[in-house]
Design a binder for this molecule. Structure first.
Ligand code: NAD
Length: 297
């Protein structure tokens, strides 16, 4: 029987733990705060940001939101970040990606104070992750790590394949899987758009993390029987629904579900975990900045 990995349920547990820590912090006089910055007209980005604000409210984190016109000069975004870096009531800063073409993403990510970088994308935090001394693990791969842990998926000695090498998902995911830790210790192969014979790599994988951004790209026929399949992909495809589209992952769920030992659905797998780990990082950031111990695993 294939186990369906329930991201909603694990994310609810993370949110409960976060809410407990928010009340402990508030007893210590600290009200954790997250600032979201949106510089885009993209409807999906707007939705993501408003979901993050709602999530904050649910666990008692104060949320602040800044919207910058997508056509404004980059300097306006820099000034906003500088202002948020200096605020005592803002412990985490999230600049929603993607940014307009005239704004250099790397410059923006470097501008966020590393101790408020709850996305974990600042080079200092990337370096710490690689060095095995993470301050903030990026939310999506951290969420995947939590799912593997929650479902007792053995990573030690396992062969893992990560499909995708983005800075947001693929690279940090691989880094987490190779750490010498109870949730690491996997022999990890990172596949990407120039990988030859992806099928051969997938055929030997005990754990597959699919993050290529291509709808239903990984077919069940290419998977090892009993593999754990984590589908990070969220792709809108045209469909005869009220909205005119439906969300599908990077794995062809129908063909994969009978081959896999465990699999995440889309939606309801990795997505809720990404959102929950942002709350986790925000509370951790507040504790670090105000020197109050935070008890989150
Ligand atoms: P990206 O476009 O930045 O990266 C895609 C990666 O896939 C690239 O590294 C590329 O080399 C690789 N790739 C492309 N074609 C390939 C091929 N034929 N074979 C092997 N690798 C190939 O995307 P991303 O930001 O990493 O996101 C990946 C997917 O995950 C998207 O669908 C995105 O929407 C989704 N996503 C979901 C969450 C979540 O919370 N569930 C969070 C972030 C991203």
């Amino acid at each position: 029987m294939t186990e369906i990995i329930d991201g909603e349920s694990v994310a609810a547990d993370v949110r409960d733990a976060v809410a407990d820590e928010v009340s402990r912090l508030s007893d210590a006089g600290v009200g954790p705060g997250l600032a979201t910055v949106l510089m885009s007209d993209d409807a999906a980005s707007e939705t993501y940001v408003s979901m993050k604000q709602r999530d904050c409210e649910e666990v008692g984190i104060e949320s602040f939101h800044v919207e910058i016109d997508a056509g404004a000069p980059a300097s306006e975004l820099y000034e906003t970040i500088d202002d948020l870096n200096g605020r005592d009531d803002v412990h985490g800063i999230l600049v929603q990606l993607p940014l307009p073409d005239h704004v250099d993403k790397r410059t923006v990510l470097r501008r966020i104070a590393p101790e408020k970088d709850v996305d974990g994308f600042h080079p200092e935090n990337v370096g710490r992750l690689v060095a095995g001394d993470a301050r903030f693990k990026p939310c999506t791969p951290h969420g995947v790590q939590k799912l593997l842990d929650a479902y007792d998926v053995e990573t030690e000695g396992a062969d893992a394949v990560v499909v995708g090498r983005s800075d947001i998902v693929g690279k940090p995911m691989a880094n987490l899987l190779i750490q010498k830790s109870p949730t690491g210790n996997a022999t990890t192969t990172v596949c990407h758009s120039r990988t030859e014979d992806l099928e051969a790599k997938l055929a030997g994988a005990d754990i597959v993390v699919a993050a290529a951004g291509i709808p239903e790209f990984v077919d069940g026929s290419t998977l090892k029987s009993g593999a754990t399949v984590i589908d990070v992909g969220i792709n809108r495809v045209d469909a005869d629904t009220e909205k005119g589209y439906e969300l599908v992952g990077d794995v062809d769920y129908e063909s994969a579900k009978d081959v896999a030992g465990a699999i995440t659905p889309v939606p309801g797998g990795v997505g809720p975990m990404t959102r929950a780990m942002l709350l986790y990082n925000t509370v951790k950031a507040a504790g670090l900045q105000r020197d109050v111990a935070v008890d989150l695993e």
